[in-house]
Design a protein around this ligand. Structure first.
Ligand SMILES: *Cc1c(COP(=O)(O)O)cnc(C)c1O
Length: 429
């Protein structure tokens, strides 16, 4: 299968766009190939400019939980489109989306819509600092909270993929207020809390980290993080930009029964259009302008097309049986990948929760934190990625990302993926 047109677009792209892409991991650098250029996507299939198709497990990095071009989403966006694309004034869709989010996500009593996950997390820590009058924040190694300055400390996702420790351009004074410790390590947390509690505004965490590959919280871990932060009046922020509406309608907080003070959302609630949101307890959210003094604004926030796509996506997710269906498909994929890896004698660990998973190469036991994730066999992942792409399966172009199963993947697509993996792993062994 050829990718002549894609390759020529990429050559041109590199002339005009840094690295040829508008988000680093798309360049596929760490897996050693050039990216296909996408022409179109329908259901769980992506079509590139050369006419190749792929079963898609990137799903736009999470948002496309219904699959691509879902007819209900297309219809709702078309309807909104004809009525105007942005007004800079309130609309009923914003109210409807906010109402549903507050009804479904346990910690959220009020919510503010923004345009990206990055904006959501960056606004949430401003709010936490404004509310507590404290400066420092604590994050976990390998968690990714978007690209705002404060978070580019031992960050996951593209930062991990490219192996850069932080980023030039981020002033030391800013990261001096960010403390990073390993995930799943209560001793490390206790030590920081004992020393820094009176300066800590917030602890921010992906309740199930997915930007160093999918890592599961140890039994009781999130509960203890909640208990200790509550005792010290430190706000707990769950970054559920990936897990929100992915692990269930109430996200990871409902799944684990651990309720943070603030929650960040994005990805799925925009149904493939640019969106983010942050919300939480009423008394905290009422600190935001114009109700309170903490400033945050946005020309395109609550955009009519984005809210239409988000509402349409939630319409479908709220139907009975949705998450059971996702669980069935994803658990079969996990099982199949384990079977073919065993058949081929490849050591790897498949870590899954709900419809998100990562296959860590070169690992035989659970991967519980960033350091362990970083020691996986990324060369082998790269070889697997390239072999799968040639077999029409599009995986995340990095070991440190998740594979997402959508409602549009049917069991036949899953079986075809498992067969492709059997072949691909044969080339590695
Ligand atoms: C994707 C992501 C973000 C950033 O969202 P953008 O819309 O890319 O700015 C933040 N947090 C987590 C957990 C994410 O996965």
């Amino acid at each position: 299968m050829g990718r002549t047109l894609s390759n020529s677009f990429f050559e041109q792209a590199k002339e005009y766009i840094p690295g040829g892409v508008n988000s680093p991991v798309r360049a596929c650098k760490s897996v050693g190939c050039d990216p296909p250029f996408v022409r179109e996507a329908q259901g769980c299939y992506i079509y590139d400019e050369d006419g190749n198709f792929y079963i898609d497990y990137v799903c736009s990095w999470g948002p496309m939980i219904l699959g691509h071009s879902h007819p209900h989403v297309v219809a709702m966006v078309e309807e909104a489109l004809r009525l105007g694309t942005s007004f800079g004034a309130p609309t009923w869709r914003e109210v409807e989306l906010a109402k549903r989010i507050t009804q479904l996500v346990p910690s959220i009593e009020k919510v503010r819509l923004v345009n990206s996950g990055t904006e959501a997390t960056m606004s949430a820590i401003r709010l936490a600092r404004g509310f507590t009058g404290r400066k420092k924040i604590l994050k976990f190694d390998g968690c990714y909270h978007g690209h705002a300055d404060s978070f580019l400390v031992k960050a996951g996702s593209g930062v991990a993929t490219l192996g850069i420790p932080g980023s030039p351009g981020v002033p030391e004074e800013i990261v001096a207020n960010t403390i990073a410790i390993p995930f799943n390590d209560l001793d490390a947390l206790r030590q920081v809390l004992d020393k820094e509690a009176k300066d800590l505004a917030a602890v921010i965490v992906e309740p199930v980290p997915a930007n160093m590959g999918v890592i599961l919280p140890k039994e009781g871990y999130l509960e203890t993080v909640r208990k200790w932060t509550e005792e010290l009046d430190i706000l707990l922020i769950f970054d559920e930009v990936i897990t929100g509406f992915r692990l269930g309608l109430g996200g990871a907080q409902e799944y684990f029964g651990v309720i943070p003070d603030l929650t960040c959302l994005g990805k799925i609630i925009g149904g493939g259009l640019p969106v983010g949101a942050y919300g939480g307890k009423r008394e905290i959210m009422d600190m935001i302008a114009p109700e309170g003094p903490v400033y945050q604004a946005g020309t395109l926030s609550g955009n009519p097309l984005a809210t239409a796509a988000g509402l349409a996506t939630l319409d479908i997710l709220m139907r009975p049986g949705t998450y059971e269906a996702l669980e069935e498909k994803a658990s079969r994929l996990e099982e199949g990948l384990n079977e073919v890896a065993a058949d081929r004698g490849i050591s790897c660990t498949v870590q899954r929760i709900g419809s998100m998973m990562t296959t860590f190469f070169g690992k035989t036991g659970p991967v519980t934190n960033f350091e362990e994730a970083l020691s996986s066999d990324t060369d082998q992942y790269g070889a697997f990625f390239r072999a799968m792409l040639d077999l029409n399966v599009w995986l995340a172009p990095s070991q440190f990302e998740a594979a997402f199963v959508s409602l549009a993947h049917d069991l036949e697509d899953i079986e075809n993926t498992i067969s492709a993996a059997y072949e691909a792993l044969g080339e590695l062994s």
